[in-house]
Design a protein around this ligand. Structure first.
Ligand code: SF4
Ligand code: SF4
Ligand code: SF4
Length: 88
């Protein structure tokens, strides 16, 4: 399960503290210092792509680094550049 970099991310809409904000090019950025660990974003993600760090009780949010795509042996994952020049 990989974040789909939503243009209008539902996970950010339900964040009560402004910790999760839409990112240019799609997806979201997490400011972990503002996160209370409420879990709203996990429940709201349409793809089930917000995983949870039980040790610190915070979400793990994809940063679209593309590292995973390099290791997919079947070509299922690919990092593409959007029109805006950001990664999606
Ligand atoms: S867990 Fe953190 S990032 Fe997610 S909705 Fe709650 S405060 Fe926002
Ligand atoms: S975490 Fe889920 S809802 Fe949020 S941008 Fe990624 S796929 Fe969309
Ligand atoms: S390796 Fe990078 S692109 Fe892949 S899921 Fe993790 S943070 Fe997202």
């Amino acid at each position: 399960m990989v974040c789909r970099a939503c243009d209008d991310p539902p996970c950010a809409k339900v964040c009560p503290t402004g910790a999760l904000n839409p990112r240019e090019g799609g997806g979201v950025r997490l400011d972990i210092t503002r996160c209370t660990g409420c879990g709203n974003c996990r429940d709201a993600c349409i793809m089930g792509c917000v995983f949870w760090d039980d040790e610190i009780n915070k979400p793990m949010i994809c940063i679209h680094c593309g590292y995973c795509a390099k290791y997919c042996p079947h070509g299922v994952l690919r990092l593409e550049t959007s029109k805006e020049g950001d990664y999606v």
